[in-house]
Write a protein that binds this ligand. Sequence first.
Ligand code: GFB
Length: 306
Amino acid sequence: MRQLAERGYTNLLTASRDELDLRRQSAVEAWFHEHRPEYVYLVAGTVGGILANSTRPADFIFDNMMIHATVVHAAWTSEVHKLLYLGSSCIYPREAPQPMREDYLLTGPLEPTNAPYAVAKIAGIQLCQAYRKQYGCDFISGMPTNLYGPGDNFDPESSHVIPGLIRKFHDAKMAGESTLTVWGTGSPRREFMHVDDLADACIFLMDHYDGDQHVNIGTGEEVTIAELAEMIRRIVHPEAELVFDSSKPDGTPRKLLDNSRIHALGWRHSMDFEAGLRRTCEWYIEHHEQAPGQGAGLSDGAQDKL
Ligand code: GFB
C-alpha cells in the first residue's frame, strides 16, 4: 500500500478482516461485483511462524485454501484484468537441493511443521495456472522468502523468527533479564527479505510478468539462526547472552531461493540485511505499544490484507 501510494496510485481498495471475511465465497463474490477491482494483489492469509504452523494446522490449511479459492474465482467472475498471488518459500520439499529453483516444486516430501500451510499455498499456484489455462485469466504467482519489517506480527508465540526475537529481546531488556532464549539449535539457515523489497517486487511483477510459472522472490543471502540472534542481541540488548532451547523445533534446515528467474526479468532486491534489521528493531522499539501482536490482539498471528 505504501509503495502504490508513493507511485501515485489513488484508487486503492482494501478489505480488512472486519470488512470482509475472504473465506466466505458469497461475501467475496458480492464485494468483487460491487467494487470491480482491475488489479488484485492477493496477499491475504492466515500466517505465522514455526510454532503457530505446527500447533494450528487446521486453521492454516482451511483459511488459506478458502481465501485463495474464493478470491481467484471472484477475480474471474468479475473480470479482473490481472491478479498477483503470493505463496511462500515453504512450498518446496524439505530436502530440496539449495538454492531452490521453481521447478523443484512437488519433487519431494514437505517440511512436516508446515505441510498443511504449504499444501494450501501450492493449491494457490495451481489455481492461478488452471484459471489461466481454462479461462485465459492473467493470474500470476510470486513465492517470497521469509519476510520481516515494520507492521509485522510481534506476538512471541505465533510470529516468525525476526519479530519474535526482537519482541523477546526487548521485553527482556525492559524486565532487566540477562538471558535471551532462542528456539531450536540455532543451526538452520534462513534467507530474509525486507517487506519494502517484496512490495517493490510485487509491483514489478504486476507490471512486467505474464507467465504461468511461479517466480521466486528472494535475496540469495542466508544467515544461521544463531548469527541472526546475535545480530538482534547486539542491536536490542547487548548486555545479555543467548541461550538455545533445543526442545523447540528447528524446522527446515535451509530454504534458500534461486532467484535467477526474477533477476532475468530485471528485478533485484536493494535493502542491505544488516541495515534493514536495524531499522526494524528501531521501528519496534519506537512503536512497540501499538505494534501488532501486543497482548491479546493478534494471538493467532492472523494477518489480513487484500
Ligand atoms: O521464522 P520461523 O518461525 O519459520 O522459524 P520457518 C525460523 C527458525 O527460527 C526456526 C527459529 O528454526 C525456529 O526454531 N527460531 C528461534 C524462532 N527462535 C525463534 C522464535 O522466537 N520465534 C520463531 N518463530 N522462530 C515458516 C513456515 O518456517 O516460514 C511458514 O512455518 C512460512 O509456513 C514462513 O513459510 C515463511 O522459516 O521455520
